[in-house]
Design a protein around this ligand. Structure first.
Ligand SMILES: Nc1ncnc2c1ncn2[C@@H]1O[C@H](COP(=O)(O)OP(=O)(O)OP(=O)(O)O)[C@@H](O)[C@H]1O
Ligand SMILES: [Mg+2]
Length: 289
């Protein structure tokens, strides 16, 4: 069963085309990372899935339902952590959570239960404006999952958080995933995506530039680098040379051997971050051609 199916999705704001034909699928229970630089179209995609924006053309199905005809049903099944931490600043954590509890007609205990789950019990009477960014993000997650959604969408959930707050959020997402929640998260930060996401979609300027599992993307992109460490036979100077597998690196090694002792030959698997930067640059260059 598919939690999400997006086909040939286009979105224009006036003459500006923010999404230029996007296809995304998520199987129930899986986690997909939607990666892209600023302005790539990540939030626009999420807003179309959640019905905050309507598509210009293309098909969107959430558990086989269309947001244009079945938004109420979809809202019962999904939870959203939007970007920018929109919370009511002058009221307490408890009051914030109560607002959303009431939206779903849930009993009072649910507020305490969800606060406990997100380790916010000690903060229930604190005003949102007095909380750290990391705690605010936990309130947003509590709010988003108060009705136990089967599909959680998070728009840049760790943006602006310090490493320990990010870790805390990712641990919680891992627990939700273990319980079977489908997750779609957007980010421009590659760290942790690999550990949580089964699939990754890279978008740039409204177009998909790569998709697949993290290891598929890496192996598709295995323009691996060969790193050679060597020591000069007379001076003992240590050097490191980097070649691409596409270079004629074997003859380079033979040349080196005349003056150097080869200490090690290693391959370098590109990190997702490097692939992301490179794909974004290539796609930007193509646009300029
Ligand atoms: N309501 C709008 N009116 C006009 N243009 C918009 C609107 N919303 C988004 N855009 C434009 O569409 C493009 C995609 O925006 P979007 O917010 O989806 O990007 P994003 O990938 O979420 O970026 P960020 O990482 O900055 O959050 C951007 O160029 C943005 O300026
Ligand atoms: Mg955004």
């Amino acid at each position: 069963m598919k939690a999400l199916e997006i086909k040939n999705l286009h979105k224009s704001f006036g003459k500006f085309e923010a999404l230029k034909g996007i296809d995304i699928e998520i199987e129930k229970g899986k986690c997909l990372g939607l990666l892209g630089t600023n302005g790539a179209g990540k939030s626009t995609t999420i807003k179309i899935i959640t019905g905050q924006l309507s598509a210009t053309s293309g098909e969107v199905r959430v558990f086989n339902l269309s947001p244009s005809t079945h938004l109420k049903e979809i809202h019962r099944m999904i939870g959203l952590v939007p970007e920018g931490q929109p919370l009511y600043d002058d009221i307490t954590v408890k009051e914030n959570l109560d607002v959303f509890r009431r939206v779903y007609s849930l009993p009072q205990e649910k507020t305490l239960e969800i606060a406990d789950e997100l380790e916010l019990s000690q903060k229930l009477n604190s005003k949102i404006k007095d909380l750290s960014k990391g705690l605010r993000q936990r309130v947003l997650i509590a709010k988003a999952i108060i009705h136990s959604p089967t599909f959680l969408l998070l728009d840049e959930p760790t943006s602006g958080l310090d490493p320990s707050s990010s870790e805390n959020i990712y641990k919680r997402l891992e627990i939700l995933k273990e319980k079977g929640t489908t997750i779609l998260l957007t980010t421009h930060l590659m760290n942790d995506v690999e550990r949580l996401c089964d699939d990754i979609v890279f978008i740039n300027k409204g177009k998909i530039v790569a998709k697949g599992t993290p290891s598929q993307i890496k192996s598709d992109y295995k323009e691996n680098q060969i790193i050679i460490e060597a020591r000069h036979l007379t001076t003992n100077n240590l050097i490191q040379r980097t070649f691409s597998t596409q270079d004629d690196y074997l003859s380079e090694i033979y040349k080196l051997k005349e003056q150097y002792e080869i200490l090690s030959i290693k391959t370098h698997e590109p990190k997702l971050e490097e692939i992301f930067i490179s794909l974004t640059e290539t796609s930007n260059e193509k646009d300029h051609d």
